[in-house]
Design a protein around this ligand. Structure first.
Ligand code: B1M
Length: 220
């Protein structure tokens, strides 16, 4: 049986080689070895995908290569996502969460990981997908009787749409009704404070922790 370090190395190589089949095999190896799936995403896939992003930014590689790396990661994450969800078993429903990537933004990997972690921790999660317009978040929250709205943004330009959702909530008199949590690579605590979000989370584990910590504020 391969060690955890060998499995992480296989996962890293799969992204570096833009190889979706290898990413799936390595993710399956991680599950079979009983590795923590969230940690495996972070140690195996997240580092290399960020490096690929940096290489793209420096123009060392081109968009098709970035897309191939992302596709490889998505294929591997799908295997681990299933394992994260399964690890939750049949928990009592702690709360209802609407989550999505904001308007104009097609990045869905991080949001999917956050959604899977929340689901594994007993929350009913409604994942609206990507490029979600502000009114859609609110409509879905009202329909599902949600307590929490989660907004993911990966671009410094689309972060602004997180603010739009919060402003729309306030304009509709719903500003205090929902606990709002924002995240994504360019997002910071300072930005969350500036736009009046209830909370910021740096990653999926922190999203779960933040909701637990603020339970009294949203579980009314
Ligand atoms: Co894009 N991209 N991309 N991209 N991409 C970034 C974000 C970028 C930093 C790369 C770079 O240039 N260095 C850059 C943004 C620059 C900026 O605005 N600051 C960028 C760009 C420019 C673009 C395009 C504009 C490129 C182009 O077309 N010229 C384009 C955007 C199109 C659009 O959206 N309209 C684009 C496209 C793509 C791909 C399609 C190729 C692909 C996405 C595939 C997909 O998602 N299906 C892609 C990828 C893969 C990346 C990078 C390399 C990796 C993102 C990722 O999946 N990370 C990224 C570089 C980077 O982030 N350093 C980049 C792994 C994932 C697990 O982490 O998403 O950060 P992350 O999620 C984390 C946390 O952020 C947090 O928890 C997650 C788990 O730990 N989190 C939350 C996320 N959401 C949260 C919500 C929460 C709480 C926590 O509460 C609700």
């Amino acid at each position: 049986m391969a060690t955890a370090e060998q499995i992480y190395a296989n996962m890293q190589a799969a992204i570096q080689n833009y190889d979706a089949d290898a990413a799936v095999s390595a993710a399956q190896e991680a599950v079979a070895a009983g590795l923590d799936p969230t940690l495996a995403i972070e140690k195996g896939f997240a580092g290399p995908i960020r490096e690929v992003g940096e290489a793209f930014h420096r123009m060392d590689i081109f968009l098709p290569q970035l897309v191939m790396a992302a596709d490889a990661m998505k294929a591997g994450v799908a295997v681990l996502e299933a394992a994260i969800k399964a690890s939750g078993g049949k928990l009592i429903k702690k709360g209802v969460i609407i989550i999505g990537t904001v308007e104009g933004d097609i990045h869905d990997i991080g949001k999917t990981v956050v959604a899977a972690m929340l689901q594994a921790n007993g929350y009913e999660v409604h994942d609206l997908g990507v490029e979600v317009p502000a009114p859609r978040f609110i409509q879905a929250a009202e329909e599902a009787h949600a307590q929490v709205i989660g907004l993911s943004a990966l671009l410094s330009t689309t972060m602004l749409f997180q603010r739009d959702v919060l402003e729309l909530l306030r304009n509709k008199g719903l500003g205090k009704k929902y606990f709002t949590i924002v995240g994504g690579a360019p997002v910071t605590q300072a930005w969350a404070d500036q736009i009046g979000a209830s909370a910021y989370a740096r990653d999926a584990i922190e999203a779960v922790r933040v909701l637990e910590e603020h339970r009294k504020e949203w579980a009314k």
